[in-house]
Design a protein around this ligand. Structure first.
Ligand SMILES: [Zn+2]
Ligand SMILES: [Zn+2]
Length: 376
């Protein structure tokens, strides 16, 4: 394995930064790439996001490879030498590893490596909050990049180490969240008839929302509704509450299912609030569009993995997590794939998780082969 990429991964691991505050991480990456040859940086892609551009002489396609800059507000439970030096922030999604992989491509992107086209390494901020990729595609500077192809990977704990996992349709779920506030009238607990207590409405909403669920992942109309936070009133025994909140995260395999699910949720909420004489406000948050893979781009991933002798697995349905790569996927022929992180690797976002260093070379190998096939 390339020692410099390994060292970079561990350095990034030691100095993690949360979403929206990845300035020092971005600077570390720029320094690393500058040391490895001629590169042009493009900023103003929203927040700390930036691109490293490698131009080759002849006209040809622009191939973008994307990774994420951010860590998570999780306390690291590991005690190895390169553990996080920041008290309550750590790389628990493996974005340190993804960055090391993308940086590992720099050595093969020197002048004269290819006769045509362009490679853009995109270092995207704020993936975990779902904001970064959207800012990138909506920034005016993105027009200068205009990728023809975009690729990304995510490491997948639980899958065999080095296995390449592809999905024919969407790689990851369409995810939205909602916050509902219900407002009635607070009253003395002895005189509830003088108030409007939202408790019964909340209690009715839970099964009504659960009935919208279609939990079989093989079902294209899959819909998962997870309650994440509920509150009514306070620990004060003399008061009948007048305020309640209901927060959910909602996942589907397609945008169409999400649209109809949102309409159903809106209608159930409206009806329930009306029946109980409550005012309500329903706010939709944190949109991660589904990551729809392009057929040709996905085929390139498969062929590259086969050419490099890697084990391949096609998943029958998307991963249920959200990935803001979906914003980029709508702008070019794109594919996202999984890279197995080992059966015994702790889960993503788990306090003991750590990106397996062995995967750096594998990721570099697959991306290099994809680039070679498009620009070679
Ligand atoms: Zn994550
Ligand atoms: Zn991640």
């Amino acid at each position: 394995m390339n020692d410099s990429s390994l060292q970079l991964r561990r350095e990034l691991h030691r100095f993690p930064e949360p979403s929206g505050k990845e300035g020092a991480t971005a600077e570390r990456i720029r320094r690393f790439l500058r040391d490895r040859g001629k590169v042009t940086f493009l900023d103003h892609l929203g927040g700390e996001s930036f691109a490293a551009v490698y131009d080759f002489s002849g006209p040809g396609p622009t191939v973008m490879i994307r990774c994420e800059l951010d860590a998570l507000p999780i306390v690291e439970a590991n005690d190895f030498a390169y553990r996080s030096t920041v008290a309550d922030v750590s790389h628990k999604c493996g974005h340190d590893g993804h960055m090391a992989i993308v940086c590992g491509l720099a050595d093969s992107l020197g002048a004269g490596s290819f006769a045509r086209g362009r490679v853009v390494l995109l270092f995207q901020a704020a993936e975990e909050t779902g904001r970064g990729a959207r800012q990138v595609v909506e920034s005016p500077a993105f027009r200068q990049l205009a990728p023809d192809y975009v690729f990304a990977l995510h490491n997948i704990p639980g899958a065999p180490l080095h296995q390449i996992i592809t999905v024919a349709g969407s790689f990851s779920a369409e995810v939205r969240s909602f916050a509902l506030t219900l407002t009635g009238v607070e009253s003395h607990a002895a005189e509830p008839e003088n108030g409007r207590n939202p408790t019964t409405a909340v209690a009715e909403l839970i099964p009504a929302l659960a009935a919208l669920q279609r939990a079989d992942p093989h079902d294209p109309g899959y819909a998962l509704l997870t309650p994440v936070h509920l509150t009514v009133g306070q620990r004060s025994y003399g008061i009948a509450p007048g305020h309640g909140e209901v927060h959910y995260t909602v996942r589907t395999w397609t945008g169409e299912t999400m649209d109809s699910l949102m309409a159903s949720v809106t209608e159930i909420v409206r009806r329930t609030a009306a029946v109980h004489g409550l005012e309500h406000r329903l706010t939709w948050l944190e949109h991660f569009p589904g990551t729809r893979n392009d057929r040709a781009a996905n085929l390139l991933v498969t062929e590259a993995a086969e050419a490099r002798g890697l084990e391949l697995r096609q998943r029958p349905y998307p991963f249920a997590f959200g990935e803001d790569f979906g914003w980029l996927a709508g702008r070019a022929r794109s594919a996202m794939f999984g890279l197995g992180a080992g059966e015994h690797c702790p889960a993503l976002h788990y306090p003991t998780y750590d990106f397996p260093d062995e995967l750096i070379a594998t990721g570099v190998s697959v991306f290099s082969e994809i680039i070679r096939r498009l620009l070679g």
